[in-house]
Design a protein around this ligand. Structure first.
Ligand SMILES: Cc1cc2nc3c(=O)[nH]c(=O)nc-3n(C[C@H](O)[C@H](O)[C@H](O)COP(=O)(O)OP(=O)(O)OC[C@H]3O[C@@H](n4cnc5c(N)ncnc54)[C@H](O)[C@@H]3O)c2cc1C
Length: 493
């Protein structure tokens, strides 16, 4: 049995903790905030319960599989509901609801562009293959060396995975209709890069969207994080909240202890599940850093976000649980985020109204709204700037719903770049970590294991496999497996 110290209680930290504690190790988590969940925290105000970050529950079998591995079922913790329709897309020229039934999806494609349902069928067959192979053979590898991928099965699949083509080029070759293009391009936006720079392998996200579905844990996304927390307590994980780690002390190339607010704690292994850049540049001394400032500056960041949590004292017609306001120029907003890195002129945005599905998250006859506008990471955000975009988003929602909303707002809280930095030590105030471009995939991501300090590991959205709840979880499992193996080897030596 080894003693393991984990920095950060986000989904990656909690996953690693559960896995390691199950294997008999003694695990402590140090968290700077007063609550677990990291970017997936929650808060309550005036009778509303707001999920602060993730709102899309995709790839349910990844979460269920993890709980099953630990002899649990997520249904012991919450009721999971499939949303139908999955989401609403609001275009300038009209709306499009995403049905859960594939024959209805095909029908919409056919109506908008005759012949396109055939393309969709082939596209989704390939996406299914990519999902199955990608999730099994690529994503779960530690990606510490190219040799991990020297395997006949992987070699055979490489071309079918379309790693070197962009997803946009594949979609645009098969589909001309701009709404259908936006529909198929939308899921990869979760990966933090423009579709033109995202490998076509990630059409596996389309499979997750259209075939596996969009789900919601009744009570809010916080239920998922509570389940992880509960399970970790059952396994004996010990938490230190309001206890930021100030330093990883290294002696003779070994991470020896964590210098925390509560004092010095010694460990056999350390996992940083906090933002990688923070651990590399602030928690390690300069001679132990793995990456230079130049390296970090040259990383392509996934977008940041301007978020508004709103409580509204009336029911809002015309909106469902997930609403994508695509009534602006997709390409222009993408350029403002990734190329020009400026505040957008006419942004796309997303409105989650979970009170549509769940009456526990808002008082009776009220709505719980979460508005998210993607922005370039690192933008300076001032109160007046935030406010002007709130007005813009409300105006667009009012126009769509044909209903006034502004004067019925009874609770309002914004969240942006500086909050991500203050709350999570986030590099450039990023929301989703690094973009999943080809040059930032697998072995080209910041490493899960320190090159020289062999008992120091990194988990979370900035390392392999990337941003999002399922990938961040998987990084926790990868690190847990590496540590358990190393611990056994050391014991046998
Ligand atoms: C607004 C938003 C919406 C999102 N929507 C979705 C979605 O719908 N679906 C989806 O799958 N994903 C979504 N994501 C992405 C997903 O939330 C993240 O990829 C995932 O939660 C990252 O988990 P993590 O454990 O790597 O990091 P985090 O959740 O950030 O956890 C890191 C933890 O480390 C702590 N920490 C930092 N520094 C220290 C220190 N020095 N000492 C102690 N503790 C420290 C932080 O406080 C934090 O609790 C969203 C993210 C955001 C921000």
């Amino acid at each position: 049995m080894s003693k393991i110290g984990i920095i950060g209680s986000g989904i990656a930290g909690m996953t690693a903790a559960i896995d390691l504690a199950s294997k008999g190790h003694e695990v402590c988590i140090f968290e700077k905030n007063d609550r677990f969940g990291g970017r997936g925290r929650t808060f309550q105000a005036q009778g509303f319960t707001f999920d602060m970050g993730p709102s899309w529950y995709w790839m349910p079998e990844i979460f269920q599989g993890f709980f099953k591995k630990h002899n649990k079922s997520l249904s012991d913790y919450f009721e999971l509901k499939r949303l139908s329709p999955s989401y609403k897309m609001i275009f300038k020229e009209g709306i499009l609801d995403a049905p859960v039934e594939m024959d209805k999806v095909s029908q919409i494609f056919e109506e908008r562009e005759p012949g396109s349902s055939l393309f969709l069928k082939k596209f989704l067959q390939e996406a299914k293959y990519k999902y199955e192979v990608g999730m099994k053979e690529y994503v779960t590898k530690p990606s510490l060396s190219i040799f991990e991928f020297f395997d006949w099965k992987i070699f055979r699949s490489f071309f079918k995975l379309q790693m070197t083509k962009s997803i946009e080029s594949v979609i645009h070759k098969g589909i001309k209709n701009k709404h259908l293009r936006a529909w198929l391009n939308f899921p990869v936006l979760f990966l933090g890069a423009k579709p033109s720079e995202t490998p076509a392998m990630y059409s596996l996200m389309n499979y997750a969207d259209l075939e596996l579905g969009t789900w919601y844990p009744m009570g809010g996304m916080t239920r998922l994080f509570e389940a992880f927390y509960q399970l970790s307590l059952e396994k004996g994980v010990k938490y230190y909240f309001n206890d930021p780690v100030h330093q990883i002390s290294v002696v003779n190339q070994k991470a020896q202890s964590l210098e925390c607010q509560s004092g010095t704690h010694s460990f056999d292994y350390v996992i940083s599940a906090a933002d990688y850049h923070h651990a590399d540049t602030k928690l390690l001394s300069i001679e132990n850093r793995q990456y230079s400032d130049k390296y970090w500056e040259s990383r392509k960041m996934a977008p940041g976000a301007l978020i508004y949590y709103l409580g509204v004292k009336k029911k809002i017609p015309g909106m469902i649980h997930h609403n994508l306001f695509f009534d602006a120029d997709f390409q222009k907003h993408a350029e403002e985020i990734y190329d020009q890195k400026v505040w957008p002129q006419d942004p796309l945005f997303y409105a989650c109204m979970n009170s549509y599905t769940d009456h526990t998250v808002a008082p009776k006859d009220h709505e719980n709204l979460f508005l998210l506008m993607p922005i370039a990471a690192g933008l300076k955000d001032e109160e007046s700037t935030r406010k002007s975009y709130l007005d813009l988003m409300i105006h667009r929602m009012e126009k769509h719903c044909g209903e006034s909303i502004k004067e019925d707002i009874v609770f309002e809280k914004s969240y942006c770049t500086s909050d991500f930095v203050n709350d999570y030590n986030s590099f450039k105030g990023n929301a989703y970590g690094l973009a999943n471009t080809l040059t930032q995939t697998a072995i080209l991501k910041p490493r899960v294991r320190h090159r020289q300090i062999k008992n120091l590991f990194f988990a979370g959205q900035i390392t392999h496999p990337g941003p999002g709840l399922p990938p961040s979880m998987i990084s926790g499992e990868i690190v847990s497996n590496l540590i358990d193996k190393s611990s056994k080897t050391n014991r046998n030596e």
